[in-house]
Design a protein around this ligand. Structure first.
Ligand SMILES: [Zn+2]
Length: 188
């Protein structure tokens, strides 16, 4: 899945709770929420030096993506369910303290974790030359090792940048526009 589709899918999914429950977040904190979703949606690919986040990080910290890649491999630790769940639990436990430090910052943290989770879902939907779709050892250290996990039947899975992914991307953009229109109460 391309970084664009990772971002659009995460924004579309991440805006859904706000669409259904507008009181969850005040509009003045929306930039934290959307920023967290967008960056979190790309973050797990920090283990791939050629990904968009890998290239961005390399500019400032040239060794980090390579180091993570060498130690954990691509779709390693950053593509496991504990990688978004542990920080999320931590943020939820310290929500008050984070909010005292900077009001609204916890929205960034929470949506960053959501974004990482949605990225993982996106990778379960998309295959590549090397992966048939699904994430190896997703539930590690709790699940069965060496198994690719995906809840999506093969017919729904796409390859990087193929026509199916482009259709998904257009659908996600349409969903985002609809959600933003409703959330911001824009009348067209
Ligand atoms: Zn990935």
């Amino acid at each position: 899945m391309t970084s664009t589709t990772h971002t659009t899918s995460s924004l579309a999914l991440g805006l859904a709770p706000i669409y259904f429950f507008p009181d969850l977040i005040e509009l003045k904190y929306m930039h934290f929420y959307l920023g967290g979703l967008a960056i979190g949606s790309l973050f797990p690919d920090i283990d791939e030096p050629n990904s968009s986040i890998g290239r961005s990080v390399s500019k400032y910290f040239p060794f980090i993506p390579y180091l993570i890649n060498i130690i954990f491999g691509h779709r390693g630790i950053t593509h496991r369910f504990i990688f978004f769940l542990v920080p999320l639990v931590f943020i939820l436990a310290f929500i008050k303290e984070i909010n005292t430090f900077l009001p609204g910052l916890h929205f960034f943290g929470i949506s960053f974790c959501f974004g990482m989770f949605f990225h993982q879902i996106g990778d379960m939907l998309s295959g590549s030359k090397y992966y048939k779709g699904g994430i190896k050892n997703y539930f590690s250290p709790f699940g069965l090792e060496e198994k690719y996990f995906t809840p999506f039947p093969k017919i729904f899975r796409c390859a990087v940048g193929d026509i199916k992914e482009q259709i998904y991307n257009i659908l996600f953009i349409a969903i985002i526009l609809f959600e933003l229109k409703e959330i911001l109460n824009i009348s067209i």
